[in-house]
Design a binder for this molecule. Structure first.
Ligand code: MF3
Ligand code: CO
Ligand code: CO
Length: 250
């Protein structure tokens, strides 16, 4: 079932979105060679709670932290811990906050110091994928139009678009309908109508689109590329308006 949000609900998600964005910016101030992913997670959790919001990842289906911090060949759901960030790493920090029961979900990449031109390009193209997806998401277009545009952009670079994980509706539940696939065909999937709130969060692999669960993760959360090539992801929560999407996580 898909619910259209009232202006009051959208306002709550906008408030959550501002906290998510600010927490993400705080992570951005911390990332540098030598910092551990655990330190970033603790700061993010502290900040979110201080704002009167709740970090939704913590204890979600047994997830043990407030942020997902995924480094290099980790695609998503990297669990913060003693890992020390190194010069040249590319890192995704993903988090969702809840305000008065409403969620806002966003993630972005950070480059630690200077990295290779190949990784730099991957990070840039993944960001372009999010922007292109948001651009084609017009009212009364289809969810499939988003995936189609993203897949087309990646083809030019020979990158793999992850197929096993997708964007999602957001509201008073973390994951709602529709599923927002980052590949596919124009004119397929759900019709996008004003009042829908959803994420676009393309996961773009330098190599194959295939994914694996990291056998070294005792929780069974971490999703990795398996070919040791890096992956990049950017995510925002959007509300559909009569004119196009508005970002709620700025
Ligand atoms: N990556 C997911 C998303 O953005 C959420 C991760 S859930 C968690 O929708 F529990 F792993 F944190
Ligand atoms: Co999401
Ligand atoms: Co997210």
């Amino acid at each position: 079932m898909i619910t259209l949000k009232s202006s009051h609900e959208i306002e709550l998600m906008r408030r959550a979105g501002k906290i998510t964005a600010a927490a993400r910016a705080l992570a951005g101030e911390m990332v540098r060679p030598g910092v551990t992913t655990q330190e970033i997670d603790s700061a993010v959790e502290h900040f979110i709670r201080k704002q009167g919001a709740v970090p939704s990842f913590l204890h979600y289906n047994g997830y043990p932290a407030s942020a997902c911090i995924s480094v290099n060949d980790e695609i998503i759901h990297g669990i913060p811990g003693p890992r020390v960030l190194q010069e040249g790493d590319i890192v995704n920090v993903d988090m969702t906050t809840i305000v008065d029961g409403y969620y806002a979900d966003a993630s972005r990449m950070f480059i630690i110091g200077k990295t290779t031109p190949e990784k730099e390009q991957l990070v840039r193209v993944a960001k372009e994928c999010l922007e292109i997806g948001a651009e084609v998401a017009k009212p009364y277009s289809f969810v499939g139009d988003i995936g189609h545009a993203i897949e087309n952009h990646c083809k030019k670079y020979g990158y793999g678009v992850v197929r096993d994980l997708c964007g999602h509706g957001v509201g008073c539940e973390f994951h709602e309908e529709p599923e927002v696939l980052h590949y596919g065909h124009k004119g397929t999937g759900m019709l996008l109508v004003p009042g829908m709130v959803f994420t676009i969060e393309p996961m773009i692999n330098m190599g194959t689109w295939k994914v694996f669960i990291d056998a070294d993760d005792p929780y069974g959360w971490e999703v990795i590329t398996g070919d040791e090539k890096p992956s990049a992801q950017w995510e925002h929560t959007f509300v559909m308006t009569e004119h196009g999407v508005e970002v709620l996580t700025y």
